[in-house]
Ligand binder design. Sequence first.
Ligand code: UD1
Ligand code: CA
Length: 461
Amino acid sequence: MNISAIILAAGDGTRMKSSGPKVMCEVLGEPMIGWVMDSVKESGFPDENIGVVVGNGADTVKEYIAKKGQFLTFMQTERKGTGHAVMQAADMLQKGENVLILCGDAPFIDSDTILKSLNEHTYSDNDVTVVTAKIADPGSYGRIIRDENGGLLRITEKKDCTPEELMINEINSGVYWFKSTALKEALPLLSTANASGEYYLTDAVGIIKSKSGKAGAFISENSDIVLGANSRKDLLNLNTKARMRVIERLLDEGVEFPCTDGIIIGKDAVIGRDTKILPNTIIRGKTVIGEGCIIGPNSLIENTAVGNNVTLNNVQAYSAKVGNNVKAGPFVQLRPDTVLHDGVKIGDFVEIKNAEIGVKTSVAHLTYIGDSDVGKDVNFGCGCVTANYDGVNKFRTVIGDHAFIGCNTNLIAPVEIGENATTGAGSTVTGKIPADSLVVERAAAKVIEHWEKNSKRIRKA
Ligand code: UD1
Ligand code: CA
C-alpha cells in the first residue's frame, strides 16, 4: 500500500492532570489511542505502515498497542510539540507516497473520514489536506485561516490568534494527509517562534503554501469526529457523546432501555433484540449478548459471550461464556474461563472461576467453584467450596452428571465425584468417589446432658 500513518501519542497531558499518558485515558472503557488505532486499521493500513510516536508513559502505551497489532513505535524523549513528534517518526515518510497524521487524543476519527479525505487529497493533487470541521465553540482548537477566495492559507493556534482569528469557527481536527515529500521538506523549516515555544506541525501547512505547494481542506460533515480531549471535562464530554451514540444504535437494533442511568456500553458490544438493559450496567470489550435477555441492574459484563433468554442480575462476568436460558444472580462473579451451559442456575453469593458447569446444573447459594468440570443436572447445596489450591499448585474438581453435593461440602482437589453420587452435608471430600454412592465425612454427634456452662449462663440472666 502506498500510504502510511503516524499517530501522535507522546504528549504529557498536563491539562488532563493525570500521572499516566493522556492517550490512555478511556472513552467507554477503551483508551483513546485504541479508538484511533481501530479506525486506522479499518481504513486498510497494514500494521507495518502504522507508526506511533510515544513519550510520556511510553511503556504503558506500547504494551497496550502491542495487543492491537505489530506497529512501529518512535520515542520522543522530550516533548517539543506536534511537529517535533512527527520528526521522530520521519522513517514513516519513506513508506508511502502519502502519509496520514493523527492525534492519539481525538478518538472519534473514523475510517470513512480517513478514506474520503484521502480521496479528496489525491483527486485535488494536494500537498497537504487538513481535515477540518465547523463547530459552535472553537475553544482551544487551531483555527483554519483562509484567503479571500476561500483557499486554505494556514493554521493558527489559539494562543497565537488575533482577536478576529479567534472568532473563526472552522477548526483543525489534527488529522492531515501530506504528500510524504512535501512534509519531508517542510519539517526542517518548522520553528519554535510561537506562543508555546513548540514545533507546531500545523505550521507545515503555511510553509507548504509559501513554497507554492497546494493545500486543501476536507470539511467533515459530522463535527463530532474531530473532538479531542485535553482535560477531564473534555473527556467526560467525549464519554457522554459516545455513550449515547452506542445506546441510540442499540435502540435502533431493538434493545430495550427502560432508563439509561449508569449504563455504559462499549463500542464493540453486540446485543440482540428484545434484550433489556437495566440501570448501572457496564458492558465492555468484545461482549456478545443474545436475544431476550435481562442484563442488570448493577452488572459488569466484559469480554463475555451470553446466549439467549439469559438473566444476569447483579453479576460481574469477565471472559466467561454463558449459554441459553441461564439465570445468574444476584451477587455473582463469573471469573475468566467460566463456561455455563444452557439452563444453568446460579444463585446469590456464588463465585465461579475456570470451570465448566453442565446443562441445568444448579448452584444456588454461597458457593465457590474453581478449576472444575461439573456435569449436567448437578445440584449444589448451600455453602459448597472447591478447595482447588494447596498453596503451591492448583488441582481440578470433577463432578459427574446428576451428582448431589450436600450443603457445606468441601471438595479438596484433586477430587472426582462419580455420576449420581451424593455427598453428605458438612463433608470434606477428596479422592475418587464412585458413581451412585454416598460419601459422608462427619464425626458422630455426641450429646452431653446437663451442660454446666449453659446453665450458668441461664442462671446469670
Ligand atoms: C493540536 C493542534 C491543533 C488542533 C488540535 C486537535 C498543533 C500545534 N495543534 O492541538 O491545531 O486543533 O490538536 O485536537 O498541532 N503530542 C506528541 N508530542 C508532543 C506534543 C503532542 O506526541 O510533543 C501528541 C499528543 O499526545 C496528542 C497530539 O500530539 O495526542 C496533539 O497534541 P496536543 O498537545 O493535545 O495538541 P492540541 O493543543 O490539542
Ligand atoms: Ca489535543
